[in-house]
Ligand binder design. Structure first.
Ligand SMILES: [Zn+2]
Length: 194
């Protein structure tokens, strides 16, 4: 489920749609969380879908740590990738703003956490664009990403959280904010196929 102060906007024929902030979203705000309306498909179930449905699932879903295809039911499935994203995920089933997001700004995350099935050409235009987003990016980049998340995670406990009660891992997040446990690594998201 996306943060309620976000909306879908058409960007261009090349990019398609994207998700934008309708108001300022401060650093630490949970911008998306998995919820019980998301549709989940095993690889076999995807293979049995009508080709047009399969295409939609392959384009708009992410693959979770168990290898399940998750198709977000709302505009969460239109969040675009950036190599300099303003939303990110630690080792939890939610994303949060890792810096202040301005009203009208596009929300972006990193598809390096989504277990891509094939490399993706990137034209995000950011200074640090990786050009190719690889399925294995998480292997090399998790330590750097964890360090990035660490600088903004504490703000989760300091800002309004409209999605807080939807969060499935609230207890663990509270334990982190109390200092009782470390922030779990984003490497949690990696699906390791046999
Ligand atoms: Zn890029």
């Amino acid at each position: 489920m996306m943060h309620p102060a976000t909306e879908l906007r058409f960007i261009s024929e090349e990019v398609g749609f994207g998700v934008f902030a309708r108001q300022a979203i401060p650093c630490g705000t949970i911008t998306w969380t998995g919820d019980e309306l998301d549709q989940r498909f095993t690889r076999d179930e995807v293979a049995r879908l009508h080709p047009m449905c399969r295409q939609a699932v392959e384009r708009f879903s992410y693959i979770d740590p168990a290898g399940v295809f998750v198709l977000c039911w709302d505009h969460g499935r239109y969040v675009n990738h950036s190599c300099d994203p303003n939303c990110f995920s630690a080792g939890f089933q939610f994303e949060f703003a890792i810096r202040n997001i301005l009203a009208g700004e596009q929300l972006t995350d990193d598809y390096g956490l989504m277990n891509l099935q094939a490399p993706l050409q990137c034209r995000c235009g950011s200074e640090n664009c990786r050009i190719v987003i690889g399925p294995d990016d998480i292997e090399h980049r998790a330590p750097g990403w964890d360090a990035m998340v660490r600088t903004s995670f504490e703000f989760i406990g300091k800002v309004d959280q409209p999605l807080w009660t939807v969060l499935q891992d609230r207890g663990e997040v509270e334990a982190v904010l109390r200092g009782d446990r470390d922030i779990p690594s984003c490497a949690f998201h990696r699906f390791q196929s046999e």
